[in-house]
Design a protein around this ligand. Structure first.
Ligand code: CMX
Length: 455
């Protein structure tokens, strides 16, 4: 059975050669125009980043190395007692572009379980935080603090060849992914169940199986399966979204400092260029309400709807509530997208999870999410602003957690944060394996733009 490192070693040379050929043969090819509206419109649609693991089509949705969500559900190994995709098989696919065997998946689960304990100083740090501090703030702090043991930073400080960067990047990335469940579960315990014990890591279980145990929901097979699917599907959504882009950008910026100061050896060790710090930065981008925090916002909004409208909510009632939200100048959380122009297939996959379980279909909040979906696209079309009147993944994800008893919606984005590490850290490793340079796009002032367009 191959290890993940061996599987990566096998695919890296071909990718390096592909990049070299692209640069040599098509380096001057034009992929699109840069318009003034790109500069003032959040660079929407501008093809300006290399990202290996996934590509997002506006109509079809996400493909992971060419595989759709149903392809992944069919082909990626599940847990021994489950049916849903698990984080390990998704991580393997994202990193290597290959579907892992059952044995490779189990081996990776074991490796993650063996590396999953938090260092004592991080436990102490998290335990010292006020329980009123937002769980996402705590998660970012814990992840940043883990950089104390960064193999990448230590190796860089010693002085390593550029061709070796990726091996240390991989080591840190695996350690970080392995430790995220213990960190996230500790935050959950401290904020919502202070003083209760946290389950130990079971070496025979997958990453999410252990996460559910540590959260205190061990034995809830359906919740475990839901979280396996949720965490796999949220793993990557190409590179331009704010959290993934941050992880990459921060790395690049930090490498700038490193390279600029390469002659000053004692500065290299203090560089920020390791997976922990770049992923901590990504988490703070994820914590914005237009991005990952929409996870918590959707549920808050749906619960308010229920509180205001009672139990027998009709489509007409929901329409009125939607209009009230829009007229008060707020966005409808869980709807719209920077790239997608159709319902998000991740939303569809989570809805299908519900469709096979009568107890979920009977849940009033899940029913409300479905009813909202019946009317929201038409209301948003009539409102006429959003380019995508359809639901994104956040429209569905929280209500199922709520059903299974994770009702603390401020925590929801933390689960997203455990997941997004799979994709962001994959690109971190690939950026190093491909020797990508620092990112340094050109900015212009309005005066400079005017000068250019009037010339
Ligand atoms: N409700 C009301 N108005 C919306 C809207 C929504 N759900 N989605 C977009 N709009 C508005 C925008 O605010 C914008 O208005 P202004 O012109 O007044 O600024 C206009 O429609 C055009 O926006 P767009 O081009 O369609 O969307 P963007 O690419 O600018 O933004 C997104 C995308 C996701 C931030 C936006 O759709 C939104 O705010 N949605 C609600 C929050 C949400 O669900 N976020 C989660 C996204 C998925 C994720 O990252 O996790």
């Amino acid at each position: 059975t191959k290890t993940l490192r061996q599987a990566l070693e096998e695919v890296i040379p071909a990718k390096q050669a592909q990049l070299k050929a692209l640069k040599a043969e098509h380096g001057q090819a034009v992929l699109g125009d840069v318009k003034v509206e790109h500069l003032i419109g959040g660079m929407r649609g501008l093809k300006s980043m290399l990202w290996e693991a996934s590509v997002l089509d506006p109509l079809e949705g996400i493909r992971f190395h060419g595989m759709t969500i149903p392809d992944c559900q069919r082909e990626l190994p599940a847990a021994p007692e489950g049916k849903e995709i698990i984080a390990e098989s998704m991580l393997w696919l994202l990193l290597t572009g290959k579907v892992p065997t059952e044995a490779e998946t189990r081996q990776l689960s074991r490796e993650l379980a063996e590396k999953g304990e938090l260092p004592a100083y991080v436990e102490k740090l998290i335990d010292s935080l006020p329980t009123t501090l937002h769980p996402m703030t705590q998660l970012g702090m814990g992840v940043a603090a883990l950089n104390h043991d960064s193999a990448f930073a230590a190796a860089y400080e010693k002085g390593i060849k550029k061709s070796e960067y990726w091996t240390y990047a991989l080591e840190d990335s695996i350690n970080l992914i392995a430790r995220l469940p213990a960190l996230a579960a500790r935050i959950f315990r401290n904020v919502y169940n202070p003083g209760t014990p946290i389950a130990g890591i079971n070496k025979e279980l997958d990453l999410v199986g252990n996460y559910v145990n540590m959260l205190g929901y061990g034995g809830n097979h359906d919740l475990t399966e839901y979280l396996r699917l949720y965490i796999s599907l949220h793993g990557d959504h190409e590179g331009g979204n704010a959290s993934a882009h941050t992880a990459r950008e921060i790395l690049a910026s930090c490498m700038d400092v490193v390279q600029a100061n390469a002659c000053l050896k004692d500065l290299v060790g203090s560089t920020l260029s390791d997976p922990y710090l770049s992923y901590a930065a990504a988490l703070y981008a994820l914590a914005g309400p237009l991005h990952g925090l929409a996870n918590q916002e959707v549920l808050r909004w749906q619960l308010n709807m229920r509180k205001e409208l009672g139990d027998n909510i009709t489509h007409e009632h929901i329409k009125e509530f939607l209009w009230r939200t829009l007229k008060s100048g707020q966005v409808v959380p869980g709807y719209g997208h920077g790239v997608l122009r159709n319902p998000d297939p991740r939303f569809t996959a989570l809805q299908e999870f519900c469709d096979t379980r009568p107890e979920l279909l009977a849940d009033p909040i899940i029913q409300l999410v479905k009813k909202t979906y019946d009317v929201a696209p038409d209301v948003l079309k009539e409102h006429g602003k959003t380019k995508n009147p359809y639901p994104n993944v956040d429209a569905a994800s929280g209500c199922v957690l709520h059903h299974y008893g994770i009702t603390q919606f401020k925590y929801y984005t933390v689960i997203f944060g455990v997941s997004r590490a799979l994709g962001a850290l994959t690109q971190f490793v690939w950026s190093r394996a491909l020797g990508l340079p620092i990112e340094r796009p050109k900015s212009l002032s309005m005066d400079a733009i005017e000068k250019l367009v009037k010339a």
